[in-house]
Design a protein. Structure first.
Ligand code: CAA
Length: 395
């Protein structure tokens, strides 16, 4: 078993950290307060090659492995969750799913532009009445000659106003086979019948764009279908194997950010002439954060390694997402506690970590869904079978 990271991993970490410090943090407090996202962030990420991490050179990506993707997410979220969300949606849910499920022609058609950031990808599964219960979506796809006509709506869509194309899951009208009704498409936002609308008033990730997308008699060519008729739910679930990985690694970045802030504050703030870092109850909170960070890294490195070698990792990815997000929320709660009243206002960043980390316990599988999934695996009610198509191993 090899635990060492490579020099390339270290370079990716340093690059993503610097990007966070120089490009994400300046002006962030205002953007977060005003709930204003910055579209130019995507261009800056593209310029640095960040949007191509995890995509093979053959498709004009960086040619780096899947662990690199996790490390980049960790360091981006150390600056702000909104930057990591871009990776989750564009790289994880969208690009890697095309890499897994696309035909060679589709990969050649879509991946180079996505890897270079010339186009941005989004993901549409959740609907107003189908979140955890993802199988029961209502968006319809009607077959009509060589194309499909889509009607429906998706909600809580990150980058709804910015993405050029979306991976959308719909329900096939009159499926050939009972139970084989889900179908996945890559849809272009410039197609007649598409429109988006921003969601306002979010608790966290306020510097990120979130919205709804709507399809009204929207025609999609059969050449833009990912997988076959009936594969749509599997496409969605494997997209979540990629998205959850980025969320799990990003959550470690929040814990590190909490430690950055608390480390500083513990030495600055004194009680009775003594640094608060000397207080044992504060030390307990710091030690828990360190454990969350270090265990969290092991969990996501393992998933990254499983992706690298082409192993199915649904169970391990769920574990990493479940535990890391819970530990990030706990770390952020403790970071607020350590900062006392200062932690309760936006003079310090920890209140933002608290609000941002809460969201990750809801999206990409709620805390409760992952709890149940883990219990089901252990009790033998849930078993992973070999997949029809797998993510190409890292070469
Ligand atoms: N890869 C490929 N196929 C998979 C898979 C995976 N990871 N997981 C399951 N499948 C396949 C199964 O093999 C099965 O196929 P067969 O019947 O042929 O074997 C089929 O999909 C159904 O799988 P399950 O039996 O596991 O389905 P289930 O109904 O038991 O799943 C559930 C229940 C786990 C709760 C699932 O519905 C789930 O994960 N729900 C949460 C959905 C979710 O995370 N939503 C987040 C939306 S996206 C988002 O949040 C992003 C954002 O931007 C905000």
């Amino acid at each position: 078993m090899e635990f060492a990271l490579t020099a390339e991993h270290d370079l990716i970490r340093e690059m993503a950290y610097k990007f966070g410090q120089l490009e994400v943090l300046p002006g962030l407090a205002e953007r977060d307060r005003e709930a204003r996202s910055d579209r130019t962030m995507l261009d800056k990420m593209a310029e640095k090659g960040i949007l191509g991490i995890g995509i093979p050179e053959k498709y004009q990506g960086s040619g780096t492995d899947y662990i690199s993707l996790g490390i980049a997410c960790e360091e981006l979220e150390r600056a702000d969750t909104s930057a990591r969300v871009v990776m989750s949606v564009h790289s994880g849910l969208h690009s890697l799913t095309i890499l897994q499920w696309g035909t060679e022609e589709q990969k050649q058609r879509w991946l180079p532009a996505l890897a270079k950031g010339d186009r941005v990808g989004g993901f549409g599964l959740t609907e107003p009445n189908a979140g955890s219960d993802a199988i029961n979506i209502r968006t319809r796809a009607r077959k009509d000659g060589d194309s499909y006509v889509l009607n429906g709506e998706k909600t809580w869509i990150s980058l709804a106003d910015y993405a050029d194309q979306f991976l959308v899951i719909a329900l096939l009208e009159n499926p050939a086979e009972e139970g084989k009704s889900h179908v996945a498409f890559i849809v272009d936002r410039n197609t007649p019948g598409f429109h988006s609308q921003a969601i306002h008033g979010k608790l966290g990730v306020r510097a990120g764009n979130t919205g709804q997308i709507f399809f009204e008699e929207m025609r999609v060519s059969a050449t833009d279908r990912l997988g076959d008729d009936g594969d749509g739910f599997k496409v969605a679930m494997s997209a979540l194997d990629h998205g959850r990985y980025t969320v799990a690694s990003g959550a470690v970045g929040i814990i590190t950010a909490c430690l950055d802030a608390c480390n500083k504050y513990c030495h600055e703030r004194k009680v009775g002439g003594e640094e608060i870092g000397r207080k044992q109850l504060v030390q307990q909170m710091i030690a828990n954060m360190v454990a969350g960070r270090d265990i969290g890294r092991l969990l996501y490195y393992q998933v990254g390694w499983m992706k690298n070698v082409g192993m199915r990792h649904t169970r391990e990815c769920s574990m990493a997402k479940w535990q890391n997000c819970a530990n990030a929320f706990k770390a952020a709660n403790d970071a607020v506690e350590i900062h006392g009243a200062y932690g309760y206002c936006d003079e310090f960043p920890v209140e933002r970590y608290f609000r941002n980390s809460r969201g990750a316990m809801i999206y990409e599988g709620t805390h409760e869904i992952h709890t149940i999934v883990q219990a089901e695996y252990e009790l033998g009610y849930r078993k992973d079978r070999p997949l029809k198509v797998t993510l190409p191993p890292f070469e």
